[in-house]
Design a protein. Structure first.
Length: 227
């Protein structure tokens, strides 16, 4: 099987495992992050490297243009970017979170995700001219915060971003369900169904690969436990 996978939010954990999984399955892989050194990932892993900050729409547009020019439109786009900050005042004082940290959480989870989904969808549409149309999938690495009750006030920035991200994915999965384009918010939970502190990279990679191989959309919110 072949295709083009673009993993945004590449690092040592989930992003690295997902990129390696798709490459092992025959995909051409592009990876991106704010701190990435393109030459290093190309030399070490054979990936196309793109340095970009998802909170800047022009950088996202340029990143997708570079991938498409080098490899063709990505038929798999993985959104693994995140911004974590905890309010210094703890659960009793969520508004002690610095405004810049709150905005970063919302920007990465919301605006950045929208920019990436927008360009992913445009590429999915251009692929419709291909003689052999591959599966097309946008998948976001999420967590359980959109559903946690009672909420965790000290994680106001992160939870706000993840709620926007989940809304983007749900809206797209609903709107594009008849086009063959698929959108997922996938998140690992503990055996009790709660948040996990350290998501398991290999489990994410395996789950994402199974989602790619589905024949239809199914549920947009995909909950799973460590394998």
């Amino acid at each position: 099987m072949s295709g083009v996978a673009f993993v945004i939010g590449f690092g040592k954990g989930v992003g690295s495992a997902v990129a390696a999984k798709f490459k092992s399955e025959g995909f051409s892989v592009a990876v991106a992050s704010r701190s990435l050194i393109p030459g290093d990932v190309e030399k070490e892993h054979g990936y196309l490297g793109v340095k970009l900050d998802v909170s800047h729409s022009d950088q996202v547009a340029a990143g997708f243009a570079r991938v498409e020019k080098a490899l063709g439109p990505a038929n798999v786009v993985v959104y693994n970017a995140s911004a974590f900050a905890s309010a210094p005042g703890g659960r009793a004082d969520p508004l002690s979170l610095p405004a810049d940290d709150f905005l970063q959480g919302v920007s990465v989870g919301g605006a950045g995700a929208y920019y990436v989904a927008h360009h992913a969808n445009s590429g999915f549409t251009r692929l419709e001219t291909a003689s052999d149309l591959p599966p097309r999938m946008f998948i976001a690495t999420g967590n359980a915060l959109p559903w946690v009750q009672p909420p965790l006030p000290h994680l106001l920035g992160l939870s706000s971003g993840k709620k926007v991200l989940a809304n983007i994915v749900e809206s797209c999965a609903t709107a594009y369900t008849d086009t063959g384009k698929r959108f997922y918010y996938a998140y690992e939970v503990s055996s009790q169904g709660g948040l996990v502190r350290s998501p398991d990279p290999s489990t994410h990679a395996n789950v994402f690969w199974r989602l790619y191989n589905l024949k239809e959309q199914g549920d947009w919110a995909v909950k799973f436990t460590k394998e």
